[in-house]
Design a protein around this ligand. Structure first.
Ligand code: C5P
Length: 239
């Protein structure tokens, strides 16, 4: 899979702001992520409209429900033309396998199916609250293993976990990492950030980056600067 490594998170409240960013940026420089806020505001047609502008769209809705419901939602997301989508690994093996079978049915290009392991906003305390023993590190390793075994293409993870997950699951396991900040950029509410170059060096295939691009005075210039930092014009070329 070649093309841009950067996935810009369109964490904006509506179509007007999303379109303005899509028009300033370029499908040659980045892919776009639609999350819960924008999807809830604009609905599925936005996926089709951004795809029509030439963008690969990561539909970040983190499905987690009974296997049949998740499978059907994945089928619909694939039909919209999403390039990547995700499901919660906590849904278990039957749900993950159903999601994989659903994306396999996609007409045309099969979307990439990623697992969400344990959200980086949650830690040991949150695990204990829901009765889970152990540490986030061991849970992430376990859930990434479940994703791999269930036929998912990879996981969304912290760049701090990328090295370990790459070693455990090999070069074809797709690692998508948020929590990225160019050197000198505001951390916002992110903790333990890595720079784009560090995340790639740790084994990430794609980087999700939001505010350092979307809130920059010149989003396109900010994007180009990050692509320059990554090297090879920010393109994934090796496979
Ligand atoms: O603006 P910023 O670069 O912090 O945005 C990061 C994006 O990645 C947001 O859309 C956020 O929801 C998402 N994300 C994250 N951490 C995770 C999973 C997703 O920051 N563990």
């Amino acid at each position: 899979m070649t093309g841009p490594r950067l996935i810009v998170a369109l964490d904006v409240p509506g179509e007007k702001q999303a379109r303005a960013l899509a028009e300033q940026l370029s499908p040659a420089l980045c892919r776009l992520k639609i999350g819960l806020e924008l999807y809830t505001a604009c609905g599925p047609s936005l996926v089709e409209r951004l795809a029509a502008l030439g963008y690969d769209v990561f539909l970040d809705l983190k499905f987690h429900d009974i296997p049949t419901t998740v499978a059907r939602a994945c089928e619909r997301a694939a039909a919209l033309g999403a390039w990547m989508m995700n499901v919660h690994c906590l849904g278990g093996e039957a749900m993950l396998q159903a999601a994989r079978a659903a994306v396999d049915k996609a007409a045309g290009r099969r979307p990439l199916l990623l697992g969400v392991t344990w959200l980086t906003s949650s830690g040991t305390d949150e695990m204990a609250q829901i009765g889970m023993p152990g540490s986030p590190d061991s849970l992430v390793a376990r859930l990434a293993g479940l994703a791999s075994k269930s036929g998912l293409d990879g996981v969304v993870c912290s760049a701090h976990e990328a090295n370990t997950l790459r070693a455990a699951h090999g070069k074809n396991f797709v690692l998508v990492t948020p929590g990225i900040r160019p050197r000198g950029a505001a951390a916002d509410d992110q903790r333990r950030t890595l720079t784009p170059g560090e995340a790639i060096a740790a084994g990430a295939n794609y980087l999700v980056i939001g505010r350092p691009v979307t809130r920059a005075p010149d989003p396109r210039a900010a994007l180009e600067a990050i692509n320059t930092e990554i090297g090879k014009k920010g393109l994934r070329t090796e496979d």
